[in-house]
Design a binder for this molecule. Structure first.
Ligand code: EPZ
Length: 420
């Protein structure tokens, strides 16, 4: 699916942020742990959510949608999700912990790498083994079995978000208490812990490097709403600054986007925070900055591409160092096609700035790279076509519609729309 973006946009007005994709995905997986129906409210209607929901249904769970509320109930009759669904989304590996804990076994295809790197699962598997699972790799699948899971002390070599989530879910109904050291601290981890505690779990320390999980016998039903999507919010914040716009971002937790706000203010943008919304005012002149992506609360890797598009019009050279993934500069060649002056040196990019972007045809390689190209298209002179925009749709609810309400002119190529 391709979209066309008219350049020289100045975003204004307001935008409402949806529930966090990276909370909803593990929360959907964790619903497997409950012995009663679970309802999640205001679920973003995006492809990643639909794929995980479909996987749950193929396992035998009943799913009922009411607008954006989804109720999950029943038991799984299978613990081996189909490959054609699993291969579409790395987050399907988050089903491993809950299936193993609830049913004593799980068989899930090794998650493929994706555009941003090979993304192994060694930390997930090491942690599950510490909890008592036996793990076999066979024919491209990970097979895990465990009569019972027992509380354990787990040290994560790296604060992996997914590994932390899988292990929290597995340990939540294990026998005894587990400790995860060097755990990921992302807000989505806290959200998952709050969700499991709302079902009767006993998790403490989420959001810090040491998470304690006291296993309980059963988890009951619950109604829950996830936190706002801090990466969606950050993307709109950067888009407003990049187009020298002025707009209100509603339904955001300012604390969760602190690193992005701080960097945007360093470039000269003005950010005014209120309780659950914030104003962004872009500046004509963009000061260059140095950014290093880090696990939360550091600058988020999921915001790196979007910032790079913005910094292409900086007054001088900015530097972005990508410490989380080993190959997350797929957007650089596309931005260069639009006139950005960027050179990659290992895991660091130098963005020379002072460039006026020109619209052309570019290709989205992954979700956040695609978002960066949409921002660049709004900044550029002329019209930009972003090919493979479906990557963006999988993680941003109604992106084109939300931006058009803020003054952008974005149309799907194969749908009638006035000439741009
Ligand atoms: C989550 O991915 C997010 N996805 C990613 O967002 C995000 O970029 C990432 O965390 C980092 O914040 C979801 O939450 C669904 P990791 P995840 O495990 O869990 C290495 C987006 O755009 N690693 O923290 O896969 C890994 O190779 C997506 O919404 C191991 O070495 O991230 C990577 O270099 C993209 N062994 C680093 O850790 C392991 O067992 C971070 O991975 C696991 C990870």
């Amino acid at each position: 699916m391709d979209i066309l973006i008219k350049g020289n946009t100045k975003l204004s007005g307001e935008v409402e942020i949806s529930s966090a994709k990276n909370s909803i995905l593990p929360i959907l997986a964790a619903s497997i742990l409950s012995s009663e129906p679970v309802t999640i409210h205001k679920v973003p209607l995006i492809k990643d959510v639909f794929i995980i929901a479909e996987i749950l249904e193929t396992l035998g769970l009943q799913l009922e949608w009411k607008q954006q509320d989804i109720t999950i109930s029943g038991l799984a009759f299978s613990t081996h999700p189909p490959f054609d669904l699993v291969r579409q989304i790395r987050a399907s590996f988050l089903l491993m912990g809950p299936l193993l804990a609830k049913y004593g076994k799980a068989r899930i295809a090794f998650p493929g790498g994706c555009a941003i790197g090979h993304r192994p699962i060694d930390l997930h598997l090491k942690g599950l083994q510490r909890l008592g699972a036996s793990i076999h790799l066979t024919a491209g699948d990970v097979m895990a079995t465990a009569q019972r899971l027992y509380g354990a002390h787990i040290y994560l070599d790296y604060p992996s978000v997914g590994a932390t989530e899988n292990l929290i879910m597995a340990a939540s109904i294990a026998e005894g208490t587990s400790y995860i050291e060097n755990a990921a601290r992302e807000p989505e981890i806290v959200d998952l812990a709050n969700f499991i505690n709302a079902m009767g779990g006993k998790i403490s320390g989420a959001g810090t490097g040491l998470i304690t999980i006291e296993g309980v016998k059963k988890l009951s039903g619950v109604e829950y709403q996830a936190i706002p999507d801090r990466i969606e919010a950050g993307t709109y914040m950067v888009a407003v600054a990049a187009t020298s716009g002025n707009a209100l971002i509603k339904n955001v937790i300012p604390e969760h986007v602190k690193a992005v706000s701080a960097k945007l203010m360093e470039t000269g943008a003005v950010i005014e925070e209120e309780k659950n919304q914030l104003w962004v005012q872009g500046s004509q002149e963009v000061q260059p900055v140095y950014i290093k992506t880090l696990p939360y609360p550091g600058f988020p890797t999921d915001m790196q591409a979007q910032m790079m598009a913005y910094l292409s019009r900086g007054k001088g050279s900015s530097i972005i160092s990508e410490s989380v993934f080993e190959n997350r500069f797929m957007h650089v060649p596309e931005l260069k096609r639009m006139g950005a002056k960027i050179r990659i040196e290992g895991r660091t990019s130098v963005i020379e700035g002072k460039s006026r972007l020109t619209g052309t045809t570019v290709k989205a390689s992954d979700l956040r790279a695609g978002a960066a190209l949409v921002i660049a298209g709004m900044m550029a002179d002329g019209i930009t076509m972003v090919k493979d925009h479906q990557h963006v749709e999988r993680g941003y609810e109604n992106l084109a519609q939300k931006l058009n309400l803020m003054g952008a002119e974005i149309h799907y190529r194969d749908s009638p729309g006035q000439a741009l």
